[in-house]
Write a protein that binds this ligand. Structure first.
Ligand code: ADP
Length: 582
């Protein structure tokens, strides 16, 4: 289990404990409150029951006083008319539902009785009290087991001396009859702590054991009992049968008029139920609130977790991207560096190619320059001879030829200088015809020497294209040199130059050589089929030409014709570019 889970479990347990504690407190408070109310209710119920009992017994007390005043009583005490008095007592007893009515003399001897005799009830103490002129009362049990409550009223003679006493006894069972089983359970204990009157017949004659709480049956084992206090309230825990509550509030009330103590046992179950209900409601509320809170925090925690995960991923991605970015930047730098190096290498190669071409051309050039030089020498010598012979016209003619030759040589040298110059300027407007002219002129000695027929329909007007004079010239010289090289062994030697004008300007160079061996490879650097060791066999000419034409935005292609090879240089018109820029 992770730390987080343990923490949350601890929080949940602590919350549950807190809810349990609060619910316990509410239960206790609610229970106390309910007990107070129950106690008030029980006290008034007990008061009612007590009043009812004393009220019912009151009748018999008054009956005793009334009968004591009856005129026949004196005669009976004098020993006369006992039968008539007994008949009267019986009649009164029947009418008032008294259990018995007795007349005793001053010694406590029964003189007359409605049903004859005391039936085992000890009326001695009552009569004694009556002999003192007061009202005597007490309770007892007849031989047949009936519970009776008796009053003894003094019988006075004319001199207000006590002659005897009238004892009226009431059967308590008949009084109880009305309220048996009513709630709450009520019982009255007499001076000897014995239950004498009650609305629960099962506890009649139970006695309080040694002045302690609780009651024990007269025979057999004591039934389960315990008692405790809740605040001001005494609660009895009973196992006394189905008609008595298991947990009961014990309420007492003294009844000095009949010498008894009234006690009530009020069931505390409703108070418990009410308190439990209140506690459960509060606990339910707390739990619902806690559950909501828990769910909300769980949701927030899950969201926070997801957020953290997302942020971590974003950070990870960002780091990866930054790394890739740095790598790309480095690669770009490296590429730029490589490109710069390539450009440098290309420039160097262009120069090398040019020098190589110059090498190739040197033989032809020296021949080309040597010839006019020899001619100049001859013309000069002739001019000197003509001047000596005083033929100035012929001498001028010769000098004019010398000037022509010198001009021609100057042009050749100019072309050579331009060719060998390094050019790295951007593409500019160039006259294609002029560039082609100078290339042809540069190679014309070799064309002548190799007995090659040049077929070239030279356009009369300028043809403006995008390029660089020197570099484009180098491309043309290279293509024509290759064609001348290819035709060196051929019987038919024909170099054809054609200019085709469409959207672009195309220059075709076709020869009558053997054709290209591997057309796909001719533009690869260092691809050459020429003899190794020969100055011209470097295999760089076409690859350099390719790069140059591309830098002008054009294209160069090589293919085979029916006879010989065809190279095409495609260049962009200058006018097109101006329009495109607009
Ligand atoms: P180099 O001329 O030094 O060999 P190039 O790059 O100029 O290098 O030419 C590469 C190769 O292309 C040549 O060696 C040759 O085989 C082939 N080639 C070029 N021009 C022609 C042509 N007109 N006819 C046949 N083959 C050619």
């Amino acid at each position: 289990m992770s730390d987080g889970v343990i923490r949350r479990l601890a929080i949940v347990l602590a919350f549950l404990a807190a809810v349990a504690a609060v619910a316990g407190g509410v239960w206790r408070y609610g229970y106390f409150q309910a007990l107070d109310q129950l106690a008030r209710q029980g006290a008034s119920d007990l008061a009612l029951a007590s009043d009812r009992l004393t009220g019912q017994l009151q009748r018999y007390r008054e009956l005793a006083v009334l009968v004591a005043d009856h005129p026949q009583i004196g005669a009976v005490l004098a020993g006369e008319d006992v039968a008539a008095a007994e008949a009267l007592f019986l009649e009164i007893a029947d009418k008032t539902a008294a259990q018995d009515i007795l007349l005793t003399n001053a010694e406590g001897l029964v003189m007359a009785g409605a049903r004859g005799g005391t039936n085992g009830v000890d009326i001695g103490p009552l009569v004694q009290r009556a002999m003192q002129g007061a009202l005597g009362w007490g309770n007892g049990e007849t031989q047949s087991g009936a519970r009776v409550f008796a009053y003894a009223a003094p019988v006075f003679d004319r001199n207000a001396d006590v002659q005897g006493a009238i004892v009226v006894s009431a059967d308590l069972a008949s009084i109880e009859w009305d309220w048996v089983g009513s709630n709450p359970a009520v019982f009255f204990t007499d001076a000897s702590d014995q239950v004498f009157i009650t609305n629960r017949s099962e506890i009649v004659f139970w006695t309080r054991s040694d002045d302690a709480a609780g009651l024990v049956p007269p025979q057999g084992l004591a039934l389960p009992f315990d008692s405790y206090w809740i605040g001001r309230h005494e609660v009895w825990q009973l196992g006394w049968g189905p008609y008595l509550p298991e947990n009961a509030l014990h309420i007492t009330r003294q009844l000095p008029v009949i010498g008894m103590t009234g006690e009530a046992l009020v069931d505390v179950a409703p108070a418990r139920r009410l308190a439990a209900l209140q506690a459960a409601a509060l606990a339910g509320l707390c739990l619902a609130f806690g559950a909501l809170l828990f769910l909300a925090t769980e949701r927030r925690r899950t969201l926070a977790q997801a957020n953290a995960l997302l942020e971590a991923r974003v950070a990870e991605r960002t780091a990866a991207l930054s790394q890739t970015n740095a790598q790309l930047r480095q690669e770009a730098e490296e590429r730029e560096e490589a490109q710069a190096a390539l450009a440098r290498a290309q420039a160097d190669l262009v120069q090398a190619g040019k020098l190589s071409a110059l090498g190739q051309m040197s033989a032809g050039l020296s021949h080309e320059l040597n010839q006019p030089l020899m001619a100049i020498q001859n013309y000069a010598e002739n001019a000197v001879a003509f001047l000596e012979r005083e033929k100035p016209d012929r001498a001028r003619d010769n000098l004019g030829r010398i000037a022509d030759m010198a001009r021609r040589m100057g042009r050749i040298i100019k072309n050579l200088r331009a060719f060998s110059r390094q050019e790295s300027e951007p593409a500019v407007r160039v006259d294609l015809v002029a560039v082609l002219d100078s290339a042809v002129e540069l190679l014309s000695p070799r064309i002548k020497r190799d007995e090659v027929t040049l077929i070239y329909d030279r356009p009369s007007a300028n043809l403006w294209v995008r390029g660089g004079e020197v570099r484009l010239g180098q491309v043309f010289v290279n293509l024509m040199s290759n064609a001348l090289d290819a035709m060196s062994e051929s019987e038919m030697r024909e170099l054809r130059l054609e200019i085709a004008q469409g959207d672009d300007v195309k220059v075709h160079f076709s020869d009558t050589g053997p054709g290209i061996d591997v057309p796909d490879k001719v533009f690869d650097p260092f691809y050459s089929t020429k003899e190794v060791g020969r100055a011209e066999g470097m295999g760089l000419g076409l690859s350099i030409s390719y790069g140059i034409v591309q830098s002008f935005g054009g294209e160069i292609r090589g293919s085979n014709r029916e006879r010989g090879a065809l190279f095409t240089v495609e260049l962009r018109r200058w006018a097109d570019l101006a329009e495109a820029a607009e």
